[in-house]
Design a protein around this ligand. Structure first.
Ligand code: BGC
Length: 762
């Protein structure tokens, strides 16, 4: 019965998701025909080999079992459909040559890697790009990443990560687009187009939308822990970015690690079959997360590795990343009649089709020797500088401390993030070199050449429980200072501050603190950074706080005492130059928060699109608000200041009522009322006032980043139609568009006040 209802939903989905036919993935009918022809010639062993993706580590990794068979021999034996983690073009070509010349059917290897926000150079981290509220910027960034990685012979990225994150204790908040499904879907689409090209102009590169699904809802923000998500929340909150990614033609999906409602994602038939294949119409291939098929045993789901292989295959995991479980067991299952040849072919076909689509049979080798590389990287760096400046979110600017005067005489750059290029690259910058990246100190020195710019670290920061991943990004792993050294470094910083005209504090978290396996219980500035900040503020100098981290940190004190605060995330290779541009007004901040900024960790989860209780927060009595802290976030979702000022006015609806399948247009006027050219992000929120289920108090349903000169105005138009009002109703167990009354707000954040309303009639 359940299957039938899911099929019905799939059949209706062309209508439900805005009338567009769901994408078939990037492969064509011809790719599939070629795959079928090849399949006919393949033995069971050869088929199983295509489903296997071993890690390639150039040096043994501590704690990881080293295989006694060489990589070369594994290729010769036909045991490698894909490698991950090999990035050296020479070695890629060597192994590819073995596959093409020394295996029976000459099937090329697909080389994949975590090209998350760059490869040779780094674009800002994904959450920063989300803060730009500019999908075109996300698309451009991933196009550059694909170009760099493709140059080295990689054809496949394990990105974009589309996990909605409403708990900043989860370190992987850095890799996604934040809390909102609509913004997340826009960034998903853009990133898939960036990696793969647009339909009609594809590039030979494939994206992976991950981690399917619900990984960001890990209990307590503890990476890998279970997620419990109702079908309603899954459909309305966690799946929209994936739906957008599938519609954009993403070639692959990575299944998540964790248990979703007690069923591990890599063996979860409801997720991988019912939702992904049947409902969303995904036609590409699913790769497990690393070792996840084998982990079905550890997670208490599969009896043993044989059972795990069967369960992964039954759920529809095509490729086994890292665990070797398929390689070891799938043939046994086929021989025992537990997996049919037809099932095996279903698993292999999309992998072969992808190899045809990518042109690997015709162009299997890396071209990393051609002379355009240096030129390409210079172009990318220039774009990265602009991109990084567009991601920064100005949270506070009392008394116009920013921008700084270019004739300032002495600038102190203080804090543990001030002199590190590697940290600016952010997490998952595995191949870009830290020393190629511009630190904030270097960026400011280069910008203010006639000023005396000096740096002091002041305090060190470190994890209480370090992780084996910490050294991955080339960031410094410092020897901890002794007590005396710590006192002397603190004093140096205070002395420097007292002799300077302005103090630029560079505080936050190291890149490795905002990563996989990097959860935190607190949102306080780690280490003694708060103490350092308070001591410097007490000196009465103008202080600018630049925050480097991807999770929002506790700024309750700073938001009252530090006049200028800018969230800079990790801006990538050109971060330091971008920050310097912003500090002096050569660039104007225009980024907006992709998350609601908690006042304190105890508020988590705090997100704007919650439903209303029977006693709303502004009720006088019996409300769900806390008695020790405001219920509202410190800074709302969508918030961010500028060096200019804007008014958003004249909200007009094209009609005051609409039939259920109709659409209303909302227009508003935006005017730059300040003195400098700048960007504003105009945002549209709606609220369905009643229906078969309670709807969030506000939901983002449109946005546009506009650039205006001083005095310039522009009309911005949004459509509120079927897609914007469509939601999964728990009461109806399906998608609905209902008659109701709708509020509309347009403004510069989720706290917008410009309001109108309309009716949707039967
Ligand atoms: C992560 C994935 C990543 C994979 C390969 C896993 O631990 O969860 O996001 O793509 O490793 O590096």
């Amino acid at each position: 019965m359940r299957r039938i209802s899911v099929c019905l939903i799939a059949a209706m989905s062309g209508v439900l998701f805005g009338g567009t036919a769901l994408a078939q993935g990037p492969t064509s009918a011809k790719d599939n025909e070629r795959a079928n022809a090849l399949l006919k010639q393949m033995t069971t062993e050869e088929k199983v080999g295509q489903l296997n993706q071993p890690f390639f580590f150039p040096v043994p990794v501590p704690g990881m079992k080293t295989d006694t068979v060489s990589y070369e021999d594994r290729v010769r034996r036909g045991e490698v459909g894909s490698f991950l983690f090999l990035t050296d073009p020479k070695k890629i070509n060597e192994l590819q040559k073995i596959a093409l010349t020394e295996t029976r059917l000459h099937i090329p290897i697909l080389f994949g890697f975590d090209v998350i926000h760059g490869f040779d150079t780094e674009w800002p981290v994904p959450i920063a790009t989300a803060a730009s509220w500019d999908p075109a910027q996300a698309e451009a960034g991933q196009a550059m990443a694909a170009e760099e990685a493709g140059h080295a012979g990689l054809r496949w990225s394990f990105a974009p990560m589309l996990d909605i994150a409403r708990d900043p204790r989860w370190g992987r908040i850095s890799e996604g687009a934040g809390e909102d499904p609509y913004l997340g879907a826009a960034m998903a689409r853009a990133q898939v187009f960036g990696f793969q090209g647009r339909p009609g102009s594809p590039r030979p590169f494939m994206a992976t939308i991950k981690h399917f699904a619900g990984y960001g809802a890990a209990e307590g923000g503890r990476d890998y822990d279970a997620a419990y998500i109702s079908e309603e929340e899954l459909q309305n909150v966690y799946l929209p970015p994936f739906r957008a990614g599938v519609e954009a033609g993403a070639g692959t999906v990575m299944s998540a690690y964790m248990d979703l409602n007690d069923v591990p994602a890599a063996g979860n038939i409801h997720l991988l079959h019912d939702l992904l294949r049947e409902q969303m119409g995904f036609k590409g291939f699913v790769v497990s997360d690393a070792f996840a098929v084998g982990s079905l045993v550890t997670q208490g789901f599969a009896k043993d590795r044989l059972d795990a292989a069967g369960r992964g295959a039954a759920a529809g995991v095509n490729m086994d990343m890292g665990s070797g479980t398929y390689l070891e067991n799938l043939k046994k299952l086929v021989d025992a009649g537990k997996v049919s040849q037809a099932q095996l072919d279903e698993l292999v076909r999309p992998i072969l089709a992808a190899k045809y689509h990518l042109g690997l049979f015709e162009h299997p080798y890396a071209d990393a020797t051609d002379g355009t590389h240096v030129e390409m990287l210079a172009k990318h760096r220039a774009a990265e500088r602009t991109a990084a400046a567009r991601t920064a979110v100005l949270l506070r600017n009392e008394g116009g401390v920013l921008p700084l005067s270019k004739s300032v005489k002495k600038v102190a750059v203080i804090g543990p993030l001030g002199n590190s290029g590697a940290d600016m690259n952010g997490p998952w910058s595995l191949t870009a070199k830290g020393e190629d990246s511009v630190s904030v100190y270097a960026g400011i020195k280069a910008k203010l050449q006639s000023a005396d710019v000096e740096f002091a670290e002041g305090v060190q920061i470190a994890k209480a429980f370090p992780s084996s991943f910490d050294g991955l990004f080339g960031a410094k792993l410092e020897t901890p200072w002794s007590g005396d050294e710590a006192a002397s470094e603190m004093k140096k910083a205070l002395d420097l501050a007292s002799s300077s005209d302005v103090v630029v504090m560079t505080l936050g978290e190291l890149a490795g603190m905002d990563f996989e396996y990097s959860s935190r219980s607190s949102l306080m500035l780690p280490g003694k950074q708060q103490e350092l900040l308070e001591k410097i503020q007490a000196m009465g100098k103008p202080v600018v706080l630049l925050l480097f981290s991807t999770r929002p940190l506790d700024l309750q004190w700073a938001s009252e005492h530090i006049p200028a605060i800018m969230d800079c995330y990790f801006g990538g290779t050109e971060a330091g130059n971008a920050v310097a541009d912003l500090l002096v007004g050569d660039a104007v901040p225009g980024g907006k928060l992709p998350v609601s900024w908690p006042r304190a960790a105890g508020q988590i989860p705090v997100y704007y699109a919650h439903t209303e209780s029977h006693k709303p927060y502004d009720s006088k009595e019996f409300t769900s608000r806390y008695w020790d802290v405001e219920t509202s976030p410190l800074y709302p979702f969508g918030y961010g200041l500028s060096y200019s000022t804007f008014t958003i006015s004249d909200l007009k609806l094209s009609a005051k009522s609409s039939p259920v399948n109709g659409a209303i247009k909302a227009t508003a006027m935006i005017t730059n009322t300040g003195a400098v050219a700048a960007d504003e992000v105009v945002q549209l929120y709606i609220h369905q006032k009643y229906g078969s289920a309670s709807r969030p108090v506000r939901e983002l349903k449109g946005f546009e980043r506009v650039t205006l000169k001083p005095g310039e105005k522009r009309e911005v138009t949004f459509t509120i139609g079927h897609d914007e009002r469509n939601y999964w109703s728990a009461a109806k167990n399906g998608w609905v568009v209902e008659p109701s009354e709708f509020d509309v707000w347009v403004g510069d954040s989720s706290a917008a006040t410009l309001h109108d309303s309309f009716i949707v009639a039967e």
